[in-house]
Design a protein around this ligand. Structure first.
Ligand code: ASP
Ligand code: MG
Length: 425
C-alpha cells in the first residue's frame, strides 16, 4: 500500500489532470491511496467567497460563477458527455454552496470558512475520480471527512488519532480488497457532529502523511512542480540545488523554518512509523526526486529559507519587571490561544522579541491580548532569512543591501531578521 499526493498545481487544468492519469497508470502498480487538493488557486477563490459572505467584502455571485465556470470547463474537456453523472455531482456541490450562502452567517467566521472552503477538495476529487473511471483507471472516491476525525478547532483541526485509526482500519482498508485505487481529499476532516474542519492551508501533505500512518503504508510520494526538495525557493533564488536525501530531522527543521515544499506537520506521522517520503516531479515522474527517511547521513548543503511579510514584535513588561518565566509563560499562553506560530524569538532583560507571519486576522487579536499586560512595539514588513548549514560567505551574500535587525545562530542554523536597506537601492 502506498500513498500519493497531488497538489493544486498538478490538477490546475485538463491537461494536468490527464498527466495525473498517466502517472497513476504507470506508478500505481499496487494499492494506492491518492490524496488530492483543490484545483489550481481554488482555495484562494473560496476564501474570497467566504469573505464576501461573512464580511460582505466582494460579490458572492461573481465569485461563485467564476468557480463554477472554472471547474466545468475542466470537466467538459475531460468528460465531454454532459449526461455523465459527474455533472450532476458537481452541480449539487454548487447548489449546496448557494443554499449556505443564502442564509445569514449563524456561527463563527472559522466555522463557515471550513464548511465552504473544503468544497474545493470535494470538487477536485469528484472530477479527477470521475475522469479516471471514464478512461479505464478504476477507482473509488471516498470522503476524507469520514476518516480523518478532528476536534472542532476550525481552520486548524486537531486530529483524533485513535478514532481516525479505528475508522481507517475498519472501513477504509477493506476497500482495497476490491479496488486498487482510492481517491480522497487532502486538507479536510470531520467532527463528531458531522461538521467539516480544515487542517490549515497547504494541509494536504499532512493528510497524506496521516493516512500513510493509519494504513501502515510502505511509502508516500508527493508529486510536485519542482524536481524535489531544493536548497532554496526558486521564486527568490537562482541556481538552486536539489537535495537527494534528507533525514526526517533535517526535513522537519527545514519545514519548521518555513521551507514551503512540504507542510511542516507532514514529517512527524511518517517518522513515527519510519515511512519514507519521496518528493518527485509530476513533470518528470521518472526522475529520482528527493527521499526523506531515517538515515545517519546528514545533509550539509547550505539551505536558505526566505520569508517576507514578517512582523517583529518587541514585548516589554509595563512595570519594568524582567522577562523571566512568569512573563514568558503569560506571553506564550497568548500566542497559543491565538494560534500564532513563532518563526524566531530572542530575549533580553526587559524585552522579548518575536518574529512571525504578518497575518492580520491572527495578529490583531494577539496584539489586543498582549497590550493588556505588556508594552508592545512592532516593526512591519521585515524579512526572515534562515540558513541551515551556514558559512560566512553565504551569510554575507544573503545579507547584502539589508539592515540586520536581529541575528542569531546555533550550531547548524543562522537566522536574521532584516529590512531592505533603502539607502542602498
Ligand atoms: N487546497 C488547500 C490549500 O490550498 C490545501 C492544500 O493545497 O494542501 O491550502
Ligand atoms: Mg494548494
Amino acid at each position: 500500500m502506498q500513498v500519493f499526493k497531488f497538489g493544486g498545481a498538478s490538477v490546475k487544468d485538463a491537461d494536468s489532470v490527464k498527466n495525473v492519469a498517466s502517472i497513476l497508470k504507470k506508478h500505481a502498480d499496487r494499492s494506492t491511496l491518492v490524496v488530492i487538493s483543490a484545483m489550481g488557486k481554488t482555495t484562494n477563490k473560496l476564501e474570497e467567497l467566504v469573505n464576501a459572505y461573512f464580511y460582505k467584502e466582494g460579490d458572492i455571485q461573481t465569485i461563485l460563477a467564476e468557480l463554477k465556470t472554472y471547474h466545468l470547463s475542466i470537466l467538459e474537456q475531460l468528460v465531454p458527455d454532459k449526461k455523465n453523472t459527474i455533472y450532476n455531482d458537481i452541480e449539487n456541490v454548487f447548489v449546496e454552496l448557494l443554499w449556505a450562502l443564502e442564509e445569514e452567517p449563524s456561527s463563527t467566521y472559522n466555522h463557515h470558512y471550513d464548511q465552504m472552503v473544503s468544497q474545493g477538495e470535494v470538487l477536485a476529487t469528484k472530477i479527477v475520480s470521475g475522469y479516471l473511471n471514464e478512461t479505464g483507471i478504476k477507482n473509488k472516491w471516498i470522503d476524507a471527512r469520514g476518516f480523518i476525525q478532528t476536534d472542532n478547532s476550525y481552520r486548524e483541526g486537531k486530529v483524533d488519532y485513535e478514532l481516525s485509526q479505528q475508522l481507517v482500519t475498519n472501513e477504509l482498508l477493506p476497500i482495497f480488497n476490491s479496488q486498487n485505487i482510492i481517491i480522497t481529499q487532502g486538507f479536510i476532516g470531520g467532527t463528531s457532529e458531522n461538521y467539516t474542519t480544515t487542517l490549515g492551508r497547504e494541509g494536504s501533505d499532512y493528510t497524506a502523511a496521516l493516512l500513510a500512518y493509519f494504513t501502515d503504508a510502505t511509502q508516500v510520494i508527493i508529486w510536485k512542480d519542482v524536481p524535489g526538495v531544493l536548497n532554496a525557493d526558486p521564486k527568490y533564488f537562482k541556481n538552486t540545488k536539489k537535495i537527494d536525501e534528507l533525514t526526517y530531522h533535517d526535513a522537519i527543521e527545514l519545514t519548521y523554518f518555513g521551507a514551503s515544499v512540504i507542510h511542516p506537520k507532514t514529517i512527524k506521522p511518517l517518522q513515527n512509523k519510519n515511512i519514507p517520503l519521496f518528493v518527485k516531479s509530476f513533470i518528470k515522474p521518472d526522475d529520482e526526486g528527493t527521499v526523506i527517511k531515517d538515515s545517519d547521513k546528514r545533509n550539509n548543503v547550505p539551505s536558505y529559507i526566505f520569508k517576507t511579510n514578517q512582523i517583529l514584535l518587541s514585548i516589554q513588561p509595563k512595570d519594568f519587571s524582567f522577562i523571566a518565566e512568569d512573563n514568558l509563560s503569560a506571553i506564550f499562553t497568548l500566542f497559543s490561544k491565538n494560534n500564532v506560530h513563532v518563526n524566531m524569538m530572542q530575549n533580553s532583560a526587559i524585552s522579548f522579541s518575536v518574529c512571525m507571519d504578518d497575518d492580520h486576522h491572527k495578529i490583531e487579536p494577539l496584539l489586543n491580548d498582549l497590550q493588556q499586560q505588556f508594552k508592545v512595539l512592532y516593526n512591519k514588513n521585515v524579512q526572515l532569512m534562515t540558513i541551515r548549514n551556514y558559512d560566512q560567505e553565504t551569510i554575507a551574500k544573503l545579507s547584502q543591501d539589508k539592515i540586520i535587525i536581529i541575528e542569531q545562530r546555533s550550531r547548524n542554523t543562522h537566522q536574521m531578521v532584516m529590512k531592505e536597506d533603502s539607502a542602498s537601492s
